[in-house]
Ligand binder design. Structure first.
Ligand code: PLP
Ligand code: COI
Length: 341
């Protein structure tokens, strides 16, 4: 298979249309058999539930080219499970988890020419999503749904790649107690748009959201979980019922303990204690691990000892081990790597 003529090393995190996508429709209480299509457009009724009441959820995972030339995905079963949880919370029918993994497989295989080569620094981002598609005017769930998966080749989420970023403590909230912060609902991202535009206008790369109830605890950013390293080298991640259960974060905690022999703690993290950490990073599929050099909390600045030039040493080790597993030069735990071809 011949690769597309793309400048892989200079890709940003942006949409590029690829050849094929997967579509399955839900009607009369059942999903149809689904199929690949070359049509990237969707025609919807003006009153579709997704357009009026934002009944939609999504997932994000990546396909990688390994050192020995295979194309693989990373723990797609966990994305399938999380999408099932999101769908249930939004009163949508669950797309069967085995069919989710199969759909991802088919779309990546059909777009193999767009999977960036090993060593290019780019990956193929995979976006499964579903939405209520029939007309609904009273506030209630749709009866008909569409599940789709498309792919797009991407580079780093933050400009500058692995350079430390600057974030600010945000005065807006992302998720409420008993709300939808723990699922991947489109609405969680719609309500973060005002805050991210404002952050960018003021020169920050991202927002640090606090818990809405007390505004004393660290939650996450708009698109990634936090990971902190203490001065005695323990990996700490915030525990909260209102953040997205990041697959990258769960994988990193395992890697920290089992591959690097580090102590880990998943616990509430108070904003007051952040100044005492040695390193900070954002972790997620898109973010991979993006180091944070500085956090601005209104008139106070927290500058991590790891600085603004490069990743701190422990985050670097976590990054190298995780990406080493994804790219196939470090042996993966059983079941983590799904080989496409
Ligand atoms: N938190 C939010 C709000 C996200 O959008 C994402 C991205 O999916 C993450 C965390 C990281 O999750 P994952 O590691 O599963 O990609
Ligand atoms: C991801 O990392 O997959 C995300 O969904 C984050 C962002 C692109 C929304």
């Amino acid at each position: 298979m011949e690769k597309k003529n793309i400048d892989w090393s200079n890709l940003g995190f942006a949409y590029m249309q690829t050849d094929m996508r997967y579509v399955s429709n839900y009607k009369d209480g059942a999903w149809d058999e689904g199929a690949l299509t070359s049509d990237a457009n969707i025609v919807l009724n003006e009153c579709a539930c997704v357009l009026q009441y934002a009944q939609t959820c999504f997932e994000g995972l990546k396909a990688y080219t390994t050192e020995d030339g295979h194309i693989v995905t990373f723990r797609p079963d966990l994305n399938a499970k999380r999408m099932a949880d999101s769908a249930a919370r939004l009163e949508m029918p669950v797309f069967p988890e085995d069919r989710f993994v199969e759909a991802v497989h088919k779309v990546v295989e059909a777009n193999a020419a767009y999977v960036p080569p090993y060593g290019s620094g780019a990956t193929l981002y995979i976006r499964p999503y579903m939405f209520g598609s029939n007309a609904v005017i009273g506030v209630k769930p749709a009866d008909e749904y569409q599940f789709r998966v498309f792919t797009t080749p991407v580079g780093p989420y933050f400009k500058g790649g692995a350079k430390p970023i600057t974030i600010r403590v945000c005065d807006y909230d992302r998720a409420a107690p008993h709300g939808t912060g723990h699922v991947k609902a489109g609405l969680n991202y719609a309500m973060s748009l005002y805050a991210i535009v404002d952050a960018h206008q003021k020169g920050y790369d991202e927002n640090m959201y606090l818990d809405a109830a007390t505004r004393t605890k660290v939650e996450e950013t708009g698109g990634a979980n936090f990971i902190f390293i203490t001065k005695d080298n323990t990996v700490v991640t915030p525990k909260s019922g209102t953040i997205l259960p990041s697959i990258t974060r769960r994988s990193l905690l395992y890697v920290a303990e089992k591959y690097l022999g580090l102590k880990t703690e998943e616990r509430e993290v108070y904003l007051d204690e952040v100044k005492d950490f040695a390193e900070c990073g954002l972790c997620g599929t898109a973010a991979v691990i993006s180091p944070v050099g500085k956090i601005v909390d209104h008139d106070k600045e927290i500058c991590f000892p790891s600085g603004m030039e490069k990743m701190g040493p422990t985050i670097q080790k976590l990054y190298d081990t995780l990406t080493g597993i994804q790219m196939g030069h470090i042996e993966a735990p059983e079941g983590w790597i799904h080989t496409i071809c």
